[in-house]
Structure formats: structure tokens, C-alpha cells
Design a protein around this ligand. Structure first.
Ligand code: SF4
Length: 332
């Protein structure tokens, strides 16, 4: 085994994080827990995931419970984590695993890749963390650590760092190694103010030798679009709020929402609308969205209102809303 790899594994045994979805000293044995944590951790911090993970596991302790749940229930448990497609695909995946794989994850990357919501990163993670198979797992932490270790000053991403990462991977201890390098990135080789004095790779680190630690990595920047639109607060004569279930395919499909648009401010039907003196801002992966709020009161139904329902405000918690909608509801 590479000396750097041994040093990192030693460091991990002493300093690695204890996380609810992890065991030290080998594979987890419960691929379901590994899978749930890996999907939740996409685009979400470890700190946020910890509380969601524990609640999720209480509600859906295994694949069968998840497969048998309604999509509404699954989305409700996912509320606030964002990127709701992840929850929908988990639900689909659980159903397939129960019906076609006898309730078990296949121990094989190619088979895993056939399942909904499991891409190359998640497949490698499940293989390494749950089955200790020889896989190299590369996330944002790994990109940063390896770029600094190798002193790479050009733009990097997960693909072009992979070969460097692979050479350091311990294929006999792939679960521990993957956890170790991620922990090193999260707790020592941090984006800002890295703790190089405490790093087991300090003596070999090119970024330290060149004095350019904080200039690395050069990550390719995503160009975000700015969009402006409006959200519509509609009350009936009993002061109940109008909500509808999103039927348009995409990120927020299946969630409840107030009517809204990201293309201009055209109201959904004629009436006496008041533009409120407030806006809601929300950042999606590729879009910075700003919504103006409009309010109206209706006394009878129309074609548009037939698509949803009016709900007492104190009953809104029963419905699954996206983070964007929660921001709007908090203004009401
Ligand atoms: S020495 Fe510093 S920059 Fe280099 S890998 Fe360790 S923490 Fe990162």
C-alpha cells in the first residue's frame, strides 16, 4: 500500500468522524443506510443531513417500508432538503429493489447504475461503503484534497482528478479509505483556513511546498441565470389559502405550492390583485430566482381554482412544500 494511503488510514482511525450512517473498520453491512445517506448528502451539508437521516430511518427503517409508503409521505419526510427528484427516485428505486432484487442492493456497480437515481458517484459509494469493493469515490472534498496534494493549479473537476485519486485508494480498505479522505477534506483540508499542521499529508503536499494552498482548487464555475417572476397568494371568503399540487414534470413535481411563475408577473386569472411590498429570493443550481408576491381574495371558484384546494393556514403542515414555498409561506 502507498505510504500516503497508510498515513491517511492511521489518521482516520484516530481522528475520523463518527456519523450515524458509518462504521469504522470495514463495510457498513446495511447498504440501505449507506444509500439513504449518500443521496441526502448530494448538495446538502453533513450537519443538515444528520437530523434528516435519523428521522428518515425512524419513519422508513428499511427498503420495504419505503417502497410501501405513499409518494406524498416520502416527499413530506424530505421537505426542506431540496432537490425533490432525489426523494422521488429513491421511492421508485426502493420499489424496484423490493420487487425485482428481493429487497437487496446488487453488489455490482453496473447493476446499481441501472437503478433510478443511482449515478456513477452513488454507485461507487455504495460499492465502497457497503460492500468494501475496490472503488474510488470522488466528491468535492476529494477534489480539493488531491488538487492541493498534487499542486494542481488548472481548473479541476471530479473527472480529471479521478486518476490521481485512484492511485492513492486502498482497495483492501476501500470503505475506510473513502471515509478517510472525505473526512480529511471536511475537517482538515477545509476550503478556507485549512489545518495543514494537523494533516498526515503535510510533508508531501505540493500546495504547501509552493505556498499556494488557498489558491487551490480552481473549480469550474457554473454560470447562473437570473430569473424574475411572481407568486400568487389567494384567499377565499373564509381566509383559507389556495394551494395546488405541481403537475409539471421537473424538480418540484408532486409537491404542493402556491401558484407561481418564473417568467414575468402575469396573474393566473383576472381579479383585484395587490402587489405586496415583498420579494422572495431563492437559489437553484443554475438559477437565481426572485419572485414578487401578489395577493387577492376570491368569492367563487373559476377554472384555475378548480385545479387545487383551499386550506386553513394551521393545516398547511400536513402538505409537503419545497423550500421555495416555505420561504413564501413564511411571509404570509
Ligand atoms: S497539507 Fe494542507 S493543503 Fe495539503 S493536503 Fe494537507 S491540509 Fe490540504
Amino acid at each position: 500500500m502507498n505510504n500516503l494511503t497508510e498515513l491517511l488510514l492511521d489518521w482516520y482511525r484516530q481522528k475520523g468522524r463518527n456519523l450515524p450512517w458509518r462504521v469504522k473498520g470495514g463495510a457498513h453491512q446495511n447498504a440501505y443506510l449507506v444509500w439513504v445517506s449518500e443521496i441526502m448528502l448530494q448538495q446538502t451539508t453533513v450537519q443538515t443531513v444528520c437530523s434528516y437521516f435519523n428521522q428518515w430511518i425512524q419513519r422508513f427503517p428499511d427498503l420495504k417500508t419505503l417502497a410501501d409508503a405513499s409518494l406524498d409521505d416520502v416527499l413530506h419526510m424530505w421537505q426542506g432538503l431540496g432537490y425533490y427528484t432525489r426523494a422521488k427516485k429513491m421511492h421508485e428505486c426502493a420499489k424496484i429493489l423490493v420487487s425485482q432484487y428481493n429487497g437487496h442492493f446488487p453488489k455490482n456497480r453496473e447493476e446499481l447504475l441501472k437503478l433510478p437515481g443511482i449515478g456513477p458517484y452513488t454507485a461507487s459509494s455504495i460499492c465502497a461503503f457497503a460492500f468494501n469493493l475496490p472503488e474510488t469515490v470522488v466528491d468535492g472534498n476529494v477534489v480539493r484534497v488531491i488538487s492541493r496534494l498534487k499542486g494542481i493549479t488548472t481548473e479541476v473537476d471530479k473527472k480529471n482528478i479521478y486518476e490521481h485519486a485512484k492511485k492513492l485508494t486502498s482497495f483492501n480498505h476501500s470503505a475506510d479509505y473513502a471515509s478517510a479522505i472525505m473526512d480529511l477534506g471536511a475537517t482538515v483540508c477545509r476550503p478556507q483556513a485549512p489545518l495543514c499542521q494537523s494533516c498526515p499529508w503535510n510533508h508531501a503536499c505540493q500546495a504547501v511546498a509552493l505556498g499556494i494552498v488557498e489558491k487551490i482548487p480552481q473549480i469550474k464555475k457554473i454560470q447562473k441565470k437570473k430569473k424574475n417572476g411572481a407568486a400568487f397568494i389567494i384567499y377565499d371568503s373564509q381566509n383559507r389559502l389556495f394551494i395546488l399540487k405541481r403537475s409539471q414534470k421537473g424538480l418540484l413535481f408532486g409537491l404542493w405550492e402556491l401558484p407561481w411563475t418564473d417568467e414575468g408577473e402575469k396573474v393566473p386569472f383576472d381579479g383585484l390583485w395587490i402587489k405586496k411590498n415583498e420579494t422572495v429570493k431563492h437559489v437553484f443550481t443554475h438559477v437565481d430566482l426572485t419572485l414578487n408576491l401578489y395577493e387577492t381574495k376570491v368569492s367563487c371558484l373559476n377554472d384555475f381554482l378548480e385545479k387545487g384546494l383551499f386550506v386553513q393556514k394551521d393545516m398547511l403542515h400536513v402538505y409537503a412544500f419545497s423550500t421555495l414555498m416555505k420561504k413564501i409561506l413564511s411571509k404570509i
